[in-house]
Ligand binder design. Structure first.
Ligand SMILES: [Zn+2]
Length: 334
């Protein structure tokens, strides 16, 4: 049994849409390419249905809502991120990986590669998130302490410029302080500061954690006690199974040609993806599906206001994924 997952949700944005077609829901638009993911999965479904009697196994197709509702400050404060907010966990809780239980799971995410290219990173491909909550108490200037801590945490980035989307495997991390100081409903006027940390390696997470502990311990404002609540990997890393990546190379090349399959690369530490929750339970791969076509002005950087996806990437993606899935089933058939 093998599973294929497509996420279906859009993004809240009011940026003008450069595409010749429009979202019919004001304030919501597909700038993360989940409409492409859904179309690719439907293509896979069509291909498998056409030859269903010859398939040596079972394909489970998962169409998942609410991928985008992962990391936000309110979830961070409430401590619900990673446990309540994401569609992946809701699907898993409702039995998406039971009866039948898949031996592997695959998916694509659109990426600013060219149409005709599919990338596969062995190991960490997207960062998860550590949660940082700092509570300040005491008779001293708590607001000042919060501002000091916030500024120091925000300056801890070791990330290269954000345009360098496909980072190397080098140790990088960033502490993302979403809105800084917060007066929490639960804690009244207490000064509470929330942030999340992403890193491209285990070493990066450890360094970020140590640096934040140091900042909180040594804020230097008199009569203010700062209490740090640090939770590791409340959202897991997207961690691709290296053997499955290697096994996918040949089927990808058979569809995309020798230059179309980009096997390798490292983690992108700016974004997360709740596909990671499936990968915690079942080995899997999240592939990068190239959707950019520079000569038509189509550049598919997810969540960018100018995001567009080349429609030609859809049948290519469906063929590439069908081949990967079929090859997996054939090589594991008894
Ligand atoms: Zn997405």
């Amino acid at each position: 049994v093998v599973a294929y997952r497509a996420d279906i949700d859009a993004v809240v944005t009011n940026e003008p849409d450069p595409a010749p077609f429009r979202s019919e829901t004001p304030g919501v638009r597909h700038i993360c390419g989940h409409d492409v993911h859904t179309a690719v999965a439907l293509g896979v479904a069509e291909a498998f249905t056409a030859v269903r009697d010859e398939i040596p196994g079972t394909l489970v197709l998962l169409f998942q809502p609410a991928e985008e509702s992962g990391v936000d400050l309110f979830a961070l404060q409430a401590g619900t991120i990673g446990s309540e907010a994401t569609g992946a966990l809701a699907m898993i809780r409702e039995g998406a990986l039971d009866r039948p239980r898949p031996a592997a799971i695959f998916a694509v995410h659109t990426a600013p590669l060219a149409t005709g290219q599919v990338g596969a990173v062995p190991g960490i491909a997207l960062a998860g998130a550590d949660r940082v909550v700092v509570r300040l108490s005491g008779a001293g200037d708590r607001q000042k302490a919060a501002e000091v801590i916030r500024a120091r945490i925000a300056s801890l980035h070791t990330l290269p410029p954000r345009e360098q989307v496909f980072a190397s495997g080098a140790t990088q991390f960033g502490a993302f302080v979403e809105t800084g100081l917060v007066r929490s409903a639960a804690e009244g006027e207490a000064w509470v500061l929330a942030a999340y940390v992403r890193a491209s390696t285990e070493e990066g997470y450890a360094k970020a954690r140590a640096a934040i502990q140091d900042v909180v311990r040594n804020h230097g404002v008199a009569d203010v006690e700062a209490k740090l609540d640090y939770a590791d990997r409340i959202a897991p890393d997207v961690r691709n199974d290296a053997a499955l990546v290697q096994a996918a190379a040949e089927p990808l090349r058979s569809v995309l040609g020798p230059d179309g399959a980009l096997i390798g690369g490292g983690a992108v530490p700016y974004f997360g993806e709740d596909f990671a929750f499936y990968q915690q339970r079942v080995p899997g791969v999240l592939f990068w599906l190239g959707v950019s076509r520079a000569e038509r002005g189509i550049i598919g950087v997810p969540h960018a206001p100018f995001y567009q996806a080349d429609d030609d990437a859809i049948p290519l993606g469906a063929r590439a994924m069908s081949r990967v899935l079929l090859q997996h089933l054939e090589s594991h058939a008894r």
